[in-house]
Design a protein. Structure first.
Lengths: 230, 470
């Protein structure tokens, strides 16, 4: 009789724990609040000289905006960008603020080293870099995915290299082109520059990109990121 | 549209035909149309009137219920106050009357002392011997025989009588001086007796004063129990005032809780690092919220154990020993939580400084600026805030109880006001709908006025004919 009572009590406690666990589980949020950033840096032609500036922009504009749980991928655009070798550094911030701070310092050091490096390329495979970034960003399963492209947006693919975006290539990704340096032909005819940017706009949005933007002022990055996150 | 014209070439004629046809049709259907309009009016305006009536009843029922609750709670409160006053009086009387036997004993002692002194004074003192005449007569007496022996005897007698008189006088003086001494020592005794009597008088006055307080409370009790509209209004005004004040205090307390939460939310992420979110909040934020809530709960139990609030009858019915255990438990808990908060506040400051330094370093500057802004005042301030805020939050338990008590009346009043407003609104809409349907009926009558008048002409002729026939 006593054992039976004990068993009943255990069952009651078990059921209570189950109900509580279910309640807590139902309360837990399935929404993804993390943000993943992928910065693409052109190292071809005249844009290679912009490397230190780009590094500073990323360090001062993007890294401080990152909160625990966020990820950053830093990819360089060269002649054949769809390759793991193009990933300069990657980082996912720890949920402890102190650890996250030291991670940020570490990545800043790596970016500085990259900025001072002499890596250059002759041709510009922007599409390959975008595809590589899209792969990395999708793998994070973050709620917000942002690509920040630092390039003149003038693509020059090597012979035999094929770059074709699928329909959902940039699904849920916000793309922003920054610090777009105008080429000589752009200065001669701005229509060429505008048409080029419009083509990128069409290509990315047709492939599922959530938005396409261009930013001139680096100080507007925090504002843009807030807008994208909301 | 053209398909509706009988004569497509003459739309005017077609329309006229339609109008005449519709007039005739509506004239014939006058009664059912009137009934239909009336039915619509009854269904809508009548329904609204019924709803308004129901709302009026509901408001009245709620007002009555609220009145009863107010009265009950008012009576209960005044009963509590009377009970409290009784216990106060009981304590005061016990204190006052506890010294009464002592005072009485003192008084009796003094009185018996006075009596004994009085008795001592009243003792028959050796009277002054009335020998003078005897002595004089003895002195004057001469032996008729001039007997020397008798003369000597008489002189001896005179001498001893004089000596005896002297002795007696001396004794009389001694006794009188003793009585005077006793009488003079009685004066402070009288003063002491007077003082004791005054003390007794003071205590009796106090008891009388306490009784007057009870009378005052009893009058209030009678006034409330009589359930007069003035007493209900007075109770309502008191409860409303209590509700507003407690709501303001709680609002201020909630702002404090918000500051407290923000103070510990960031450093909590260092202690509880997790990516999971609950209802959009990080686990660290939820933990901070739990800590703040725990402080509030501790405060509720603390004031319950002290006896300031009376939310949980189980606690107020406990023995004082058990209540003390809860009290010390809560005090220790609050102390622990405030210490934790103080240390978290210090950690928060460290994290903020580190972040500032990092941001400066990332933007290409040096940490010199961060060092400049490093101040102990901020650190001490945050630590103090972290330590003090839990205690302040704990005090919210008092207005919280007041708020819960008063909210019933406040919500009942709000409900009554809202439902009364709805009632008036429904009545007004019902009037409007009735008016609209009446206008519709008049418009209908105007539309069929021609057939009606023609019919009236005929019925008039028929009527005249029938009248002339008769």
């Amino acid at each position: 009789m006593k054992r039976e009572n004990e068993m009943h009590t255990t069952i009651k406690h078990g059921l209570l724990a189950l109900v509580l666990a279910t309640a807590v589980a139902s309360c837990s949020d399935s929404k993804q609040y993390e943000t993943s950033y992928c910065s693409l840096v052109d190292i071809s032609g005249t844009y290679a000289a912009e490397k230190p500036n780009v590094v500073n922009t990323v360090k001062a504009g993007i890294v401080p905006q990152m909160i625990p749980g966020d990820s950053l991928f830093f990819v360089m655009i060269d002649s054949n960008s769809y390759s793991e070798d193009n990933l300069v550094t990657k980082l996912t911030l720890d949920y402890r603020p102190t650890k996250a701070n030291s991670q940020k310092l570490e990545v800043a050091r790596k970016l500085d080293a990259f900025g001072k490096g002499k890596a250059r390329s002759n041709l510009t495979d922007i599409s390959g870099a975008l595809m590589l970034c899209a792969d990395y960003l999708k793998a994070t399963k973050s709620g917000t995915k942002v690509m920040i492209v630092f390039s003149d947006m003038n693509e020059e693919l090597p012979k035999g290299v094929v770059r074709k975006f699928t329909e959902d290539e940039f699904d849920g990704i916000d793309i922003v082109a920054m610090n777009i340096i105008k080429l000589n032909k752009d200065s001669i005819n701005p229509e060429v520059y505008r048409k080029r940017l419009d083509q990128w706009h069409q290509r990315t949005t047709k492939s599922g990109a959530r938005s396409w933007n261009t930013l001139i002022d680096a100080t507007k990055i925090p504002e843009y990121l807030q807008q994208v996150k909301s | 549209m053209n398909s509706l014209y009988f004569l497509p070439d003459m739309p005017g004629v077609s329309i006229a035909v339609w109008i005449v046809a519709s007039m005739l049709f509506l004239f014939l259907a006058k009664e059912p149309v009137h009934k239909m309009i009336q039915a619509f009016s009854d269904a809508t305006a009548g329904g609204l009137r019924k709803a308004a009536e129901w709302m009026k009843h509901a408001a009245h029922a709620m007002r009555e219920k609220d009145r009863k609750v107010l009265l009950e709670s008012g009576v209960a409160r005044i009963q509590g106050e009377i009970q409290q006053e009784f216990s106060k009086i009981d304590m005061a009387n016990t204190k006052a009357l506890a010294g009464y036997p002592k005072l009485q004993f003192k008084l009796a002692d003094r009185i018996s002392q006075l009596e004994s002194d009085y008795d001592d004074c009243g003792q028959i003192t050796p009277e002054a011997p009335g020998w003078s005449e005897v002595i004089e007569s003895i002195g004057r007496a001469q032996s008729p025989s001039n007997d020397r022996i008798i003369e000597k005897m008489l002189s001896e007698m005179h001498k001893s009588a004089v000596e005896g008189e002297k002795k007696a006088l001396s004794e009389f003086r001694d006794a009188t001086s003793k009585r005077h001494k006793i009488l003079s020592s009685m004066s402070p005794l009288w003063k002491r007796v007077d003082k004791v009597a005054k003390e007794i008088n003071g205590k009796v006055d106090k008891v009388m004063e306490n009784s007057k307080n009870i009378e005052k409370y009893m009058k209030r009790y009678e006034k409330i129990s009589s359930a007069e509209p003035e007493s209900i209004d007075m109770l309502s005004s008191k409860v409303t005032k209590l509700f507003i004040i407690s709501a303001i205090v709680i609002a201020v307390g909630l702002v404090g809780a918000f500051i407290n939460f923000n103070l510990i939310a960031l450093p909590m992420s260092e202690l509880v690092p997790a990516g999971v979110r609950v209802a959009g909040m990080q686990v660290s934020e939820v933990s901070a919220l739990v800590i703040v809530s725990l402080e509030l709960v501790m405060g509720i139990f603390l004031f319950e154990a002290i006896g300031v609030t009376n939310t949980f009858p189980q606690i107020s019915n406990m023995t004082s020993g058990k209540r003390k255990i809860i009290l010390y438990g809560c005090l220790l808990g609050l102390l622990f939580l405030s210490t934790v908060e103080a240390s978290l506040a210090v950690l928060r400051e460290d994290l903020a400084e580190a972040k500032t330094a990092l941001d400066i370093s990332l933007s290409g500057g040096t940490a010199a600026f961060a060092e400049n802004i490093n101040s102990h005042i901020t650190l001490i301030g945050q630590a103090l805030l972290g330590f003090v805020l839990p205690w302040i939050l704990a005090v919210i338990a008092i207005p919280l109880e007041m708020f819960i008590e008063a909210s019933q009346h406040a919500f009942a009043r709000i409900y009554t006001i809202l439902i009364t407003l709805l009632c008036y609104l429904a009545t007004a809409i019902a009037y409007l709908i009735e008016g609209l349907f009446k206008i519709l009926m008049h418009l209908f009558d105007i539309y069929i006025i021609i057939p009606v008048q023609i019919a009236n002409l005929f019925t008039g002729k028929m009527g005249n004919k029938s009248v002339s026939a008769t």
